[in-house]
Write a new protein. Structure first.
Ligand code: F6R
Length: 244
């Protein structure tokens, strides 16, 4: 794992955006695996800016998002689809038909997840997968478990994840309890992985990811087995690793 330790969120975002930009320039038909949440917002801001400045062309890019809440429509302002439109898609020249996110309104989980896996295969796999990390070490919505999941599937969100996500919803009861997510195997089959970690609330997850045993109890630990991971973490997230 190639690790960059940066000062703060902005430095992390700029470096992450420059890695994504390099991928887009090197292969204008790249398949990018994208993430939502607070972590990549600044990264998407830089990508938008560089597109506006004429540096980045998204016209040949295809995106596959990691996950989506189950039971929530695209139009819902809390859907990950809506997040992607607001933070990236509506600001760049990506073709909307080349942006893929599991359909949260579909109830037939088996078919949704199978079709998503098939789609990733048909697109030739993910060239660069962007990841954040949960406080409990989850990646995508692969929560701590007793085995690593292979493919895209439907998950019940951990209580701690629902707790962390409730800041985005008006009422705690509105927080979805299930989501569709790429599996650990799907994520691990990406050619390259870019993991972003920011803030002291991720320090324990970071410590476990780097120094702990590789275990599905801390899903991000599996990334140590991937041959091409770049991690960008700020000093606060690394505080526990550095103090050991
Ligand atoms: C989002 C995702 C999640 C988040 C993680 C961190 O698509 O898959 O794994 O990356 O929950 O969320 P933030 O960035 O909000 O701390």
């Amino acid at each position: 794992m190639k690790t960059y330790i940066v000062k703060d969120y902005d430095e992390m975002s700029k470096k992450a955006a420059s890695i994504l930009a390099a991928q887009i320039v090197a292969d204008p038909e790249s398949v990018l695996g994208l993430a939502t949440g607070s972590t990549p917002v600044g990264t998407y801001r830089y990508l938008r800016k560089w597109h506006e400045e004429g540096v980045l062309d998204f016209s040949g890019i295809c995106t596959m998002n990691l996950d989506e809440y189950r039971g929530i429509s695209k139009e819902n302002s809390q859907s990950y689809y809506h997040f992607m439109v607001e933070n990236l898609f509506s600001h760049v020249n990506i073709k909307r038909e080349n942006t893929y996110i599991p359909d949260g309104t579909r109830k037939d989980s088996g078919a949704v997840c199978r079709e998503y896996e098939d789609l990733i295969q048909r697109k030739g796999g993910i060239d660069l997968q962007l990841l954040g990390i949960g406080r409990n070490g989850h990646i995508g919505f692969n929560e701590p478990s007793d085995c690593f999941t292979e493919k895209s599937h439907c998950v019940s969100l951990a209580r701690s994840t629902m707790e962390a996500n409730k800041r985005f919803f008006e009422k705690a009861e509105d927080v979805p309890k299930e989501a569709y997510t790429m599996g650990i195997g799907t994520i691990m089959s990406a050619e390259k992985i870019l993991l972003l970690v920011c803030g002291s609330d991720k320090a324990e997850a970071m410590y476990q990811t780097i120094c702990g045993p590789i275990t599905p109890e801390v899903p991000a630990t599996v990334l140590r087995l991937h041959k091409n991971v770049i991690m960008i973490a700020d000093e606060a997230a690394m505080s526990k690793v550095k103090s050991e």
